[in-house]
Design a protein around this ligand. Structure first.
Ligand code: ZN
Length: 259
């Protein structure tokens, strides 16, 4: 778990402690602060009740927002063509409809969202073979399928729901305020994963490679490349290495699975 997640957990824990024990421990509580406590509890209850369909709307909003801010490779672009060719047959996988596109951005990065959006950056494609790009795609799908992405969204909603999410006039479709989308993207997509979640996503990617007849050796070589990049610290580097720590240990683990 990374530092910011730890901070958040601690804060949530403190809030929960206040909810459970605050009244008796602190003695008399004013109506105002008791109201605040009830308000917090209501916020958490609301966040926990978001359906998959509601969450999909939020992920669609975040995808659209990212696509509007980054140059998406079209079907005639060489990166778009290469990505379409190497992901042929992956229009849907493991019950998830996938929308795989490249960003013409020189970062070594990629992300997936729970609505099936997958974006691979040109900088990563420059460094990686087709099978290594497939490993990254499989790994990112793993974060979605193991519900890491959804859990983060629920966490972000619990922290921010009251301020950031509003229904329409008819009250049925809730949307994240557009000014908050960047913040949600940071909390849900670019925050560092725990080592446990990385292992789960790597294991998922390994099976993904084998199930689709790709070369699972690419799990190892991709992670070794990431290790070399994170050691070098050179330019153009490496959002994926900062959100995906310890590639060396992970490469070792993947090699063991291969043997
Ligand atoms: Zn990961």
């Amino acid at each position: 778990m990374n530092r910011s997640n730890k901070t958040i957990s601690r804060r949530d824990f403190a809030a929960m402690t206040a909810l459970l024990g605050g009244v008796s421990l602190a003695g008399p509580v004013s109506a105002q602060s008791f109201g605040d406590i009830l308000g917090s509890a209501k916020k958490v209850a609301e966040a926990a009740s978001y359906s998959d369909a509601e969450m999909k709307v939020f992920f669609d909003q975040m995808s659209d927002d990212m696509d509007s801010k980054n140059p998406v490779a079209g079907p005639d672009d060489p990166y778009g063509q290469r990505l379409a060719a190497l992901s042929q047959g992956l229009e849907s996988y493991d019950g998830l409809d996938l929308d795989i596109k490249a960003y013409l951005v020189q970062d070594v990065n990629a992300f997936a969202m729970a609505n099936g959006t997958i974006r691979v950056f040109a900088g990563l494609m420059d460094q990686f073979t087709d099978d290594e790009v497939r490993y990254v795609i499989g790994h990112e799908i793993g974060h979605v399928q193991r519900e890491h992405t959804k859990k983060r969204m629920q966490g972000a909603l619990q922290r921010d729901a009251a301020m950031s999410v509003a229904g329409t006039a008819s009250g049925d479709v809730k949307r994240i305020a557009s000014s908050e989308l960047g913040k949600f993207f940071g909390d849900v997509i670019t925050a560092q994963h725990s080592q446990k979640h990385e292992r789960q996503a790597d294991d998922y990617a390994f099976d993904f490679m084998q199930d689709n007849g790709y070369d699972a050796q690419a799990c190892v070589t991709a992670l070794e490349k990431l290790e070399a990049m994170s050691g070098g610290g050179g330019g153009g580097l490496a959002a994926w290495t900062s959100t995906h720590p310890r590639p060396k240990d992970r490469a070792k683990r993947m090699r063991k699975k291969l043997d």
